[in-house]
Design a protein around this ligand. Structure first.
Ligand SMILES: C[S@@+](CC[C@H](N)C(=O)[O-])C[C@H]1O[C@@H](n2cnc3c(N)ncnc32)[C@H](O)[C@@H]1O
Length: 418
């Protein structure tokens, strides 16, 4: 049965946000979250409402605090270590089955986009090396396989996940052995906290030059403290070759704040049937680092997370020679990449196929009402309202590693393009 994906876009379009340009917080009709200057943040004073860290040069770059406040990493590691992998049957029954596939498709689109750029810069046969930071159970292994990379480094704080990831890789190798033409890539695996440990020192070859660093649905854990964010960004940047990319999917702090405000004065919690977010503190007292909330996602996540203040991330990234290239909400990225990603979306079951008249009275599909009667009974691809609300909490971002020279003190001088 073929699905009309032209109508998917309309069907799935629950938010007004994706009509706007990808310019940041103003698009959400709210002022940016009020943040403190980094110096004040370093002193861990929690009085809000101070200006942003500005756009200045290297001398203004944030510096990590001497002490880290990594109190939550144990909780996070424990949560992911204990998480049981659902079988196919349970996955099919899950209320977020299509959303998880949709998220997976977004990751594929992002990986393919930047892998394409890397390949453009290279000659055929040149080795491509990738770091999958916070790899989890290896949900992206097949994507790396398909991208014909030469070497992969997988690391995650949860040892159980890393072991599972390694087993999946062995399975891929075994399958490749049975096929004369299958692609083979080497890989290394280790468990560690990317917000506290210098990853380079754990690589088999510390001089390794990477082409791509990918951190999917995990980077936000480092915004617990400046020291952790600094460590994670350095891990993302320091082994990237000039012209290499750092790509990530993270919760969109502006969207989270917009929804929190919409929940009403004094509210600390919002969500729906499939997800919830609950803040520890009042919204007007949130710091740049350690802006903690409890994130719950039906059957998969129940963990403390931290808002990622994007302008601060951009500044930290510059400190390590990473220039921001893209910040697009999932809704924007979906709209932008659907024209060339439609078939993959269909193959990955990234949308649910529904008959408009059959769901006409279901509030989860109220956004399809306008198609009733105009659709000649054709099926439409969509996500339920709850799933769409959950997936549009996220954004994709991409950074490029700049070339550098060195000053007399051995400090890198990056050649940013702006
Ligand atoms: C939502 S899962 C995403 C996994 C994988 N990237 C994916 O897209 O399928 C988040 C992952 O981040 C890992 N993680 C959280 N904090 C971490 C840290 N400080 N260092 C390394 N990994 C971390 C968790 O163990 C978990 O596997």
């Amino acid at each position: 049965m073929s699905v009309n994906y032209e109508q998917n876009a309309m069907g799935v379009n629950l938010s007004d946000d994706d009509e706007s340009e990808s310019t940041g917080q103003e698009d959400y009709g709210i002022p940016p979250p009020k943040i403190r200057k980094l110096e004040e943040n370093q002193q861990q004073t929690h009085a809000g409402n101070i200006e942003s860290v500005g756009h200045g040069g290297d001398e203004e770059q944030p510096q990590p605090e001497p002490e880290t406040g990594a109190a939550n990493t144990f909780v996070v590691a424990h949560h992911y270590n204990e998480l049981k992998e659902a079988g196919r049957k349970d996955r099919l029954k899950s209320k977020i089955f299509f959303m998880r596939n949709f998220n997976n498709w977004i990751k594929s689109q992002l990986i393919n986009e930047y892998m394409g750029k890397i390949k453009e810069q290279k000659r055929v046969g040149d080795a491509i090396r990738v770091l999958d930071m916070c790899c989890g159970k290896g949900g992206d292994l097949l994507k790396w396989d398909k991208a014909s990379i030469a070497h992969l480094i997988c690391t995650d704080i949860a040892e159980v996940s890393v072991e599972q990831c390694q087993r999946r890789y062995q399975d891929i190798l075994k399958r490749a052995e049975n096929s004369k033409y299958a692609h083979k890539f080497t890989a290394e695996f280790f468990a560690c906290d990317s917000t506290l440990v210098r990853l380079r020192e754990r690589y088999k070859d510390a001089s390794l030059q990477l082409n791509l660093v990918s951190c999917q649905f995990a980077f936000h854990y480092c915004f617990e403290s400046l020291a952790q964010a600094d460590c994670m960004v350095r891990n993302a940047a320091e082994c990237l070759q000039p012209g290499g990319y750092f790509i990530a999917t993270i919760p969109d702090a502006y969207e989270i704040m917009r929804r929190l405000k919409a929940a009403g004065p004094g509210q600390r919690k919002f969500g729906n049937d499939v997800y919830s977010i609950e803040f520890e503190n009042d919204a007007d007292e949130l710091p740049i680092f350690g802006a903690k909330y409890q994130f719950h996602l039906e059957g998969v996540v129940d963990c403390p997370e931290f808002l990622v203040h994007f302008p601060t991330l951009v500044k930290l990234a510059r400190k390590y020679g990473l220039q921001v290239l893209r910040r697009s909400t999932f809704a924007e990225y979906y709209k932008e990449t659907l024209p060339h990603g439609r078939h993959l979306l269909q193959r990955m079951s990234g949308l649910e196929t529904v008959q408009v008249n059959r769901v006409a009275n279901d509030p989860e599909y109220a956004h399809l009402k306008h198609l009733a009667g105009t659709n000649r009974g054709k099926p439409v691809g969509t996500l339920s309202k709850s799933e769409w609300e959950a997936t549009t909490l996220y954004l994709v971002c991409a950074f490029k590693k700049c070339k550098n020279t060195w000053d007399a003190n051995g400090k890198p001088l990056f050649e940013f393009e702006d």
